[in-house]
Design a protein around this ligand. Structure first.
Ligand code: ZN
Length: 282
């Protein structure tokens, strides 16, 4: 999906020499959706200004045989906010992340970035889905004590009916549908004018089993939930680092390196053993 307006993505990429940097540059330069690029071998950092999803950019970088970890996401323009004498840096407007998990093998990472007062970018990848459309909503409560059932209803501070993301009559949490491909992966990049990062931190994000009818169906639940079926996976929306705010190379919590970190669940059984692997040479 291409929402047109580019954002900056900051990746850590395993690069030890100039020729590695060259191959990373070649993999990205001139590709559709890639607007500008900066590669720094010393810090193993690649900064890409692009209208692609972070998963698409990561795939291009990794086509060189190198591993990449998304470290930050930021806007590509200075913003004007009413009442501020000078434009604040974009990171001041807020970034958040939700790690989705469910009872099955569904796992996802969805990032929120406030680009301006009116534009919130939502960039995500969810794996393990049935191919097809799945409703995606911000729910009121950041409560997973009964898994996704305790997340409350769609976030609806203005008492409106359920709708689609482009409607005026909608819940603020109504993000419409994301579409999973044949391999079960939904990779998406949306922009929303109603949702604000500062309003949704501490709430939850839920992906549903079925398609959201955007309030246009004949089912009694249509104007309430979009009749998108059971809640498949959910996660709490937490504040996260913006661009250049995450100097982390090694996770301080358990000694897992950045590269191992990427292939590990953030919690649960796969997390516990921080064993050395040949790929970890930071
Ligand atoms: Zn709704």
């Amino acid at each position: 999906m291409d929402s047109g307006r580019p954002t900056k993505l900051e990746f850590s990429v395993q690069m030890s020499c100039e020729s590695c940097a060259r191959s990373v540059r070649e993999a990205l330069e001139g590709k559709p959706g890639v607007k500008s690029l900066s590669v720094d071998v010393g810090t193993e950092q690649v900064l890409v200004e692009s209208s692609l999803t972070s998963a698409e950019v990561q795939k291009l970088i990794e086509s060189t045989g190198r591993r990449a970890v998304l470290k930050g996401i930021g806007g590509s323009e200075r913003v004007k906010v009413k009442g501020h004498p000078s434009p604040p840096s974009l990171s001041d407007l807020g970034a958040a992340v939700a790690m989705l998990s469910g009872s099955g093998s569904i796992q996802g990472v969805v990032r929120f970035l406030q680009l301006s007062e009116e534009r919130c970018l939502i960039d995500g990848t969810v794996d393990g889905l049935k191919p097809g459309a799945h409703g995606l909503h911000v729910h009121t409560l950041g409560d997973l004590t009964q898994d996704c059932l305790s997340c409350g209803e769609h976030y609806n501070p203005f008492g409106k009916s359920h709708g689609g993301p482009a409607d005026t009559e909608r819940h603020v949490g109504d993000l419409g549908n994301v579409v999973a491909a044949e391999d079960g992966r939904a990779s998406f990049r949306l922009e929303d004018s109603q949702l604000k990062v500062w309003d949704v931190i501490g709430r939850s994000l839920v992906i549903d089993a079925g398609e959201d009818d955007l309030g246009r169906g004949s089912h009694p639940l249509s104007k309430h939930t979009g009749n998108s079926g059971e809640r498949l996976a959910c996660g709490i929306i937490a504040r996260s680092a913006g661009l250049f705010q995450n100097p982390k190379q090694v996770c301080a919590c358990d000694g897992v390196t950045l590269w191992e970190e990427r292939d590990r669940p953030i919690a649960g059984p796969g997390r516990s053993k921080a064993t050395e692997t040949p790929s970890a040479h930071l």
